[in-house]
Design a protein around this ligand. Structure first.
Ligand code: GLU
Length: 435
């Protein structure tokens, strides 16, 4: 029988549902979805309390010698939210908007995400408050190495395994791997994923998040009885996730009618030439000046009359301010936390089918898992094998969430939380509380 964590005097102290919530605080956004799913699962109070807290929160100062000879001190965080199912897994982001609350939310989302697709991982996230676009390669390398050294006590293939996230890439992961390896005095490829293929990275990892978005979007179209061919798509964010998702959906026959990045959006009702836009961004680093379509604002793009809206940048893009105006039939959340909790209700009332972030963008961490497995086995797979196994996991997970949504008559987001929380809860019950 599973361990009963119930204590006789235990009371759940829930935040007052009517209290003023800061709509844009990502941790509150995560928690309100968690609370809803926990209620529906009738989660016992002890476990409820355990799962509302991160296991470990690390905040460090990261001094960096700048190219001009001055020293700047950055703040870095790493949060291990939950490791009951396996090593903590989650990216590192470099961004001015990084805060401890954001990193905590992102680490919790990684926990639920890994559980939704049933990977043997817990969840973590890291971030450094900095503007990488204003830093030289040398400064970024020094920042990465000092940050890695600062969190090294918890890093390791069996304890916490970083990966790329906003504004970090393969090169940054190579520095993380090298710094860790220098400290432990032997090469450890499995300490980080999203590495260059030449040094233990996996084929297909770079495209994995966008590929996963494409796969679940096709599943949603099939579920709603819509044709893939001719489906119109607007993609918000044209980084690694948005650009690859655009390319792959285009190859499947969808028409990408709008794309955007921080410099603005481009709309072309006849379809954007995606390969051309990708080549443009590769050369100029942004869509600024891209003229093969009508320039519109990012806000206008979100409310275009399209079949699919794919937010693939940062949090808090769909809020109560614009949710009522969204006309898409499907929202595929390529980003983490693009929709605020308050906006969920508006989208549901409008009957929009939302593929929630913890399912929609799980392709990245799924291939990270493949990379970790390949590194530990020292045996590498072909790209076809990676992509086939990714498709199997994404389609099976979509179906698992959809089945649960039907069974409990809830939306896909609530079902995804229910599935993942129940998987994490089961392991906690089996393991018990170590006293
Ligand atoms: N940063 C990605 C995410 O948010 C990937 C994480 C990973 O591969 O560990 O899912």
């Amino acid at each position: 029988m599973a361990t009963d964590l119930r204590l006789p005097t235990d009371r759940i102290v829930r935040p007052d549902k009517d209290r003023f919530l800061n709509e844009e605080n990502p941790f509150e956004a995560m928690m309100s979805r968690f609370d809803k799913a926990a209620d529906l699962l009738d989660l016992e109070p002890g476990l409820y309390k355990v799962l509302r807290h991160p296991e470990k929160t690390i905040t460090i100062s990261v001094p960096v010698l700048l190219d001009n000879g001055e020293v700047e001190v950055y703040t870095g965080h790493r949060v291990l939210y939950n490791t009951s199912r396996g090593p903590a897994k989650g990216g590192i982001r470099f961004d001015m908007n990084v805060s401890l609350d954001e990193v905590k939310a992102l680490a919790a989302w990684m926990t639920w995400k890994c559980a939704v697709v049933n990977l043997p991982f817990g969840g973590s996230k890291g971030g450094v408050v900095c503007d990488p676009l204003k830093m030289s390669v040398g400064e970024l390398e020094r920042l990465t190495r000092r940050y890695t050294a600062g969190i090294i006590a918890t890093l390791g293939p069996d304890s916490d395994v970083p990966a790329p996230d906003v504004n970090t890439n393969e090169r940054v992961m190579a520095w993380v791997m090298d710094t860790y390896s220098m400290h432990v005095r032997h090469t450890v490829t499995a300490v980080v994923t999203g590495k260059p293929v030449e040094m233990g990275g996996s084929l297909g990892r770079r495209e994995a998040t966008g590929r996963g978005c494409m796969i679940v979007t096709k599943e949603a179209l099939a579920h709603l009885g819509m044709n893939v061919r001719g489906t119109t798509v607007a993609v918000q964010g044209f980084g690694n996730v948005g650009s690859v998702a655009s390319q792959l959906l285009h190859r499947e026959g969808c028409k990408i009618v709008a794309i955007s990045d921080r410099t603005g959006a481009v709309h072309n009702a006849n379809g954007i030439d995606v390969e051309d836009a990708v080549a443009y961004v590769k050369e100029r680093r942004s869509l600024d000046g891209y003229a093969k379509g009508e320039r519109i604002t990012n806000e206008e793009m979100l409310t275009l009359d399209v079949d699919v809206l794919l937010p693939a940048a940062l949090e808090n893009v769909i809020t109560t301010k614009n949710a009522g105006k969204i006309r898409a039939k499907i929202i595929c959340e390529g980003a983490n936390g693009p929709t605020t909790a308050a906006a969920d209700t508006v989208l549901e009332e409008k009957g929009i089918f939302v593929i929630p972030d913890i399912l929609a963008n799980a392709g990245g961490v799924t291939v990270s898992y493949f990379e970790w497995v390949q590194d530990r086995g020292g045996y590498f797979w072909t790209e076809d094998t990676v992509n086939d196994r990714l498709r199997d996991i994404m389609t099976r997970s979509f179906k698992d969430v959809l089945d649960l949504a039907r069974q409990h008559k809830v939306n896909m987001r609530t079902a995804a939380y229910m599935l993942s929380i129940s998987r994490v809860a089961t392991v906690h019950r089996l393991r018990g509380i170590y006293a």
